[in-house]
Design a protein around this ligand. Structure first.
Ligand code: C5P
Length: 293
């Protein structure tokens, strides 16, 4: 018999939104979206260690709260609540994904805690049960249970797997700005949902196979709102295109922006042009299936 797990290291990857469309405002105050999430190889790292009852978090990033405002703590508390377990855990979070950057870092940490504690605490929760907790924690959390490339609608929680796009190399820039998703949606003053606004899965799925079409077809509807306040982000995107990116946009509600390149050499050369900013060369992560147990 194998000995029970007492400590577990889990990775929590970032995402970019290859496209993001706001279909309209919903009666519940959220916005109906059509988006493509892409997991990338920039990740936080969490170590979960079992302990009796208490949930605690330590983190190497100063500004991040370590109490139950933190989604990782909320994820662990939610699992305790729905299963009634008396097990607790300490979470050590090594933060690599910038905060409030449109990269889903907090949501990914929460999903990693759900997946990790399901194993560490031997909860045996089924994928559907994890999905329900995830969507209550936040709109982006369900995506991180699966990762890879996904088409999402609803608040972002209704997911369909997309086949992998052709490979590319990305440059991600964090302009040292924290942007609140809530404020961006509120400032957008979007009209009510009109279901005729969807591109549809079929259209997106076929366009994904041909990156040369992305610039003409896709974009990010939240850029209009964010660029009005922070025109420097639009300038960064222009610079990324000038540096050779075949596609460049803001991720999510910002503040990070990304440019996509055909080769690693082109991405590495472009990265040099953005010297004063935090920046990374990244690759998309493709998955057939990420185990939910
Ligand atoms: O779901 P999450 O907590 O990540 O969303 C943060 C905020 O962003 C929400 O409180 C809401 O104001 C806004 N939001 C939205 N429509 C979405 C997702 C987020 O209006 N689909």
């Amino acid at each position: 018999m194998s000995s029970p797990l007492q400590s577990l290291a889990v990775s929590a990857p970032a995402k970019i939104n290859l496209l993001l469309r706001v279909i309209g405002k919903r009666p519940d105050g959220f916005h109906e979206l059509e988006t493509v999430f892409q997991e990338i190889d920039l990740a936080d790292c969490l170590t979960l260690t079992e302990q009796p009852e208490k949930i605690e978090l330590t983190c190497d990033s100063g500004p991040l709260p370590t109490d139950n405002r933190n989604l990782a703590i909320r994820a662990a508390l939610a699992l305790q609540q729905i299963t009634g377990t008396r097990k607790g855990c300490s979470i050590d979070l090594r933060k690599r994904i910038p905060l409030s950057a449109g990269l889903g870092g907090g949501s990914s940490d929460a999903a990693a805690v759900l997946l990790g504690l399901n194993r560490l605490w031997n909860l045996n929760l089924k994928p559907m049960a994890l999905l329900k907790v995830a969507s209550e924690l936040g709109s982006d959390v369900p995506f991180f249970l699966h990762g890879g490339t996904a088409y999402a609608t609803g608040r972002g929680e209704q997911l369909r797997r997309l086949t992998a796009t052709p490979p590319y190399f990305g440059v991600l820039i964090y302009p040292n700005l924290a942007i609140s998703t809530k404020e961006v949606f509120a400032a957008g003053k979007f009209s009510l949902t009109n279901s005729e606004n969807y591109f549809t899965f079929k259209f997106v799925s076929s366009s994904m196979k041909n990156p040369a079409q992305w610039t003409d077809r896709f974009g990010n509807d939240l850029e209009r709102v964010v660029f009005e306040r922070y025109p420097q982000l639009q300038e960064l995107i222009v610079e990324l295109r000038r540096a050779g990116a075949f596609y460049a946009h803001m991720s999510g509600s910002g503040s990070s922006v990304f440019g996509l390149f055909d080769s690693e050499l082109a991405a590495c050369s472009a990265k040099i042009c953005f010297d004063p900013y935090d920046r990374w060369v990244f690759r998309p992560v493709y998955r057939q299936h990420r185990s939910l147990s």
